[in-house]
Write a protein that binds this ligand. Structure first.
Ligand code: GLU
Length: 469
């Protein structure tokens, strides 16, 4: 039989904004599927109605598209394998609950929250790990069904086999095993009838034909339970791989407290999608290639065997490096879009302008700053540089520019001859006079774009400034 197609998924809960950890999980799942010519699914895990919201879902999907992780099946797709939102799959889960009840693999539990808490405290006091003691496991099914029908509140628990070792090979962490006795009969349906996370998550993976699950290792402890659920249902589990956490620069898990920013905030800062994907691709996945890649290129070489076991540290400096690479490679239109409509750069020169400043900028704010600097009000400039050159130098420069400009080469050659200044002593005062800064883009091209009138005006203004104060 042919190998089943690799099917992976990203299964976010729309309860908040995406952070680098979620983005990396989505990226790795997409890359794994696409590496094998398989399919990448998105499933919205919104069974927690109180915490899920549609705005968060929209932001999430928008973020994935922006990153270039357009899913093959899921929301907004003509999806062949059922709905994309768990909140719309209640009947599917109800059916599988019925099968578990009928087979005696699950039972209603009527224990109150107080009783459960008392049990837990007693177990802790006796030095045992807290787990459900099986109080309701022995209730006659007909009696239990009668109590449920009479409206008594109940959760549903999976009957965990007593003497079993549940072993699985984690795609990232290798062999894992746990004694079923350590788990206790766990909840698979909440008292309000909604499915518990580990139930619907596992059922959906199986029903949607998911073959591989890469997810954060905060879910590692759920896996043996999910394997038991699927075994009881007679469904085929995916293979699971648990990715080590991303840590902040203080060594604690990445969170708002140690500077983590949401995908939306990073996007608002001006990070380009290629910067984020290239950075996160290398965070916990070793790469032999240190050049900027597109998602298809990453998919070609993505390899589960290269996923690391150690927690990865989020490094803003590295992210900045990839932003520089992404800016260097971005289509000129992308960078031109960083300019506001009312930026002072003449429309016909916008693209030439962003090409000019491309090596000098990392974020949109810097492009705007250069636009103001070159085309807005005459910038102040470093007074010490202006004074050192002196008013006479700038007056001479203005005169020479009137004669030899706007040909920059002819202008600077003539100015060198007239003033005896060369190299840095010639160019630094010119740069400060024209741009207000001692560093920046190629001056000849900057002057060409600024146009002769502006250049002449700025040389005269510099003469005035050098003379004053
Ligand atoms: N909805 C879960 C989460 O966001 C999915 C976990 C999983 O990938 O299995 O954490």
């Amino acid at each position: 039989m042919a190998e089943p197609l690799v099917r992976t998924r990203f299964a976010p809960s729309p309860t908040g904004r995406m952070h680098p950890g979620n983005v990396r999980t989505a990226l790795f799942n997409a890359l794994l599927a696409w590496h094998h010519g398989g399919r990448f699914l998105v499933r919205i895990e919104d069974t927690d109605a109180g915490r899920s919201d549609r705005d968060a879902e929209r932001a999430l999907l928008d973020g994935l598209r922006w990153l270039g992780l357009d899913w093959d099946e899921g929301p907004d797709c003509a999806e062949p394998r059922g709905g994309a939102r768990q909140s719309e799959r209640g009947e599917v889960y109800a059916d599988w609950y019925r099968r578990l009840l009928d087979a005696g693999h699950a039972y209603p539990c009527f224990c109150s929250a107080e009783t459960l808490e008392r049990n837990r405290q007693a177990q802790r006091a006796a030095g045992r790990p807290p787990r459900y003691p099986g109080t309701c496991a022995g209730i006659d099914p007909a009696e239990a069904a009668r109590r449920v029908a009479a409206g008594e509140s109940a959760v549903l628990r999976l009957r965990v086999p007593a003497q079993r070792r549940i072993a699985f090979t984690d795609l990232v962490r290798g062999e894992q095993a746990v004694d079923a006795a350590e788990l206790g009969d766990f909840v698979i349906q909440r008292a309000d009838g909604t499915p518990a996370f580990l139930f619907c998550n596992a059922v959906d993976d199986a029903l949607m034909g998911v073959t591989h699950v890469l997810r954060g290792d905060d879910h590692l402890a759920n896996t043996p339970r999910q394997l038991l659920v699927l075994e009881a249902l007679g469904l085929t589990p995916p293979r699971y791989g648990h990715l080590p956490l991303i840590l902040g620069d203080d060594g604690a898990p990445l969170s708002k407290r140690n500077g983590s920013r949401s995908l939306e905030a990073l996007r608002e800062d001006g990070f380009l999608p290629a910067a984020l994907t290239n950075y996160l691709y290398r965070l916990g996945h070793s790469s032999r290639d240190d050049t900027l890649m597109d998602v298809a290129g990453m998919a070609r070489v993505f390899d589960i065997a290269r996923l690391g076991h150690a927690p990865a540290r989020f490094d803003p400096v590295q992210l900045g490096h990839w932003q520089d690479e992404a800016v260097a490679a971005a289509p000129v239109r992308t960078l031109a879009a960083w300019l506001d409509a009312d930026a002072p750069v003449p429309a016909a020169q916008r693209e030439a302008f962003v090409e000019l400043v491309r090596p000098n900028v990392r974020f949109p704010g810097e492009v705007r700053e250069w636009a103001e600097r070159l085309f807005g009000a005459v910038p102040e400039g470093d007074a010490a540089v202006l004074h050192e050159a002196g008013a006479a130098f700038f007056e001479t420069a203005a005169g020479v520019y009137d004669e030899a400009g706007p040909d920059w080469r002819a202008f600077t050659t003539a100015l060198r001859e007239r003033t005896g200044r060369g190299g840095r002593r010639l160019f630094m005062p010119l740069r400060v006079a024209l741009t207000g800064r001692g560093d920046g883009p190629a001056l000849a091209e900057a002057a060409r774009l600024m146009g002769p009138e502006r250049v002449a005006r700025r040389l005269r203004a510099a003469a005035g400034r050098a003379a004053g104060a």
